[in-house]
Write a protein that binds this ligand. Structure first.
Ligand code: B16
Ligand code: MG
Length: 213
């Protein structure tokens, strides 16, 4: 029996992937590395430093030290944070807001399970922080998805065993993480096609129908 839901942020509740793309693109152009939307797709749900490593697969310049890599990631994040400043509550659909409210009214505990270190900042910008009982994000983990750590922490914060939780994810890495953690996995967007997902969502509000099953 499901008692709690754990939501991925980017790609499920908000669509910050366009900002990630713009910020990485600016950094890549400056470094002279080829980067496009197809490569950007591989960064879904992946941590900042792991994303940088994917982009650097095409880097042909001199070897970069860890410090230099951290500098590049910091630069990307500064650009990304500036872009996030433009977000407002209108960046969350009414469907998402209403569904979260109804799930809570039904008695479900709700948490965020995001790889992003900017999750709280984003939730504040779109005024969605109060919709959740707990937030597990890039700041409280050491291993990123497909490792289940971020979701296991979310379940722990909710005070629920993993098997009483359903994870809602748009990325394959996130679906895999949920299954490895012993949770139910609902795929939405790209991950709705995942063969590893237990449920496939065409719309966000469908959650209200499947969660009581
Ligand atoms: P940050 P999610 C993920 O968010 C994004 O999908 C991914 O593209 C990004 O690299 C990652 O957060 C880290 O973000 O640089 O803000 O720490 O889908 O797990 O909510
Ligand atoms: Mg995501």
């Amino acid at each position: 029996k499901i008692k709690g839901l754990i939501f991925d942020l980017d790609g499920v509740l908000v669509f910050t992937d366009k900002f990630h793309y713009q910020a990485w693109k600016t950094m890549a152009d400056e470094l002279g590395v080829y980067f496009d939307e197809t490569i950007n797709h591989r960064l879904r749900g992946v941590s900042r430093m792991d994303s940088l490593e994917i982009i650097l697969e095409r880097y042909e310049g001199p070897d970069l030290s860890l410090r230099e890599k951290e500098k590049l990631a910091e630069k990307k994040n500064e650009i990304y944070r500036t872009l996030l400043e433009s977000m407002t509550p209108d960046d969350v659909t009414k469907e998402v807001r209403d569904t979260l409210t109804k799930l809570r009214e039904k008695g479900y505990k709700l948490a965020i399970g995001s790889s992003s270190k900017n999750a709280k900042f984003i939730l504040e910008k779109v005024e969605l922080k109060d919709a959740f009982d707990a937030i597990s994000d890039g700041n409280n983990i050491t291993k990123s998805k497909p490792d289940p750590e971020v979701f296991l922490k979310a379940a722990e914060y909710l005070g629920l065993p993993p098997k009483a939780c359903m994870v809602v994810e748009d990325a394959e890495a996130g679906i895999k993480a949920a299954k490895k953690g012993g949770m139910y996995a609902a795929g939405i967007g790209e991950a709705a096609k995942s063969i590893n997902a237990d449920e496939s969502l065409k719309t966000f509000s469908e959650l209200l129908d499947i969660v009581d099953k």
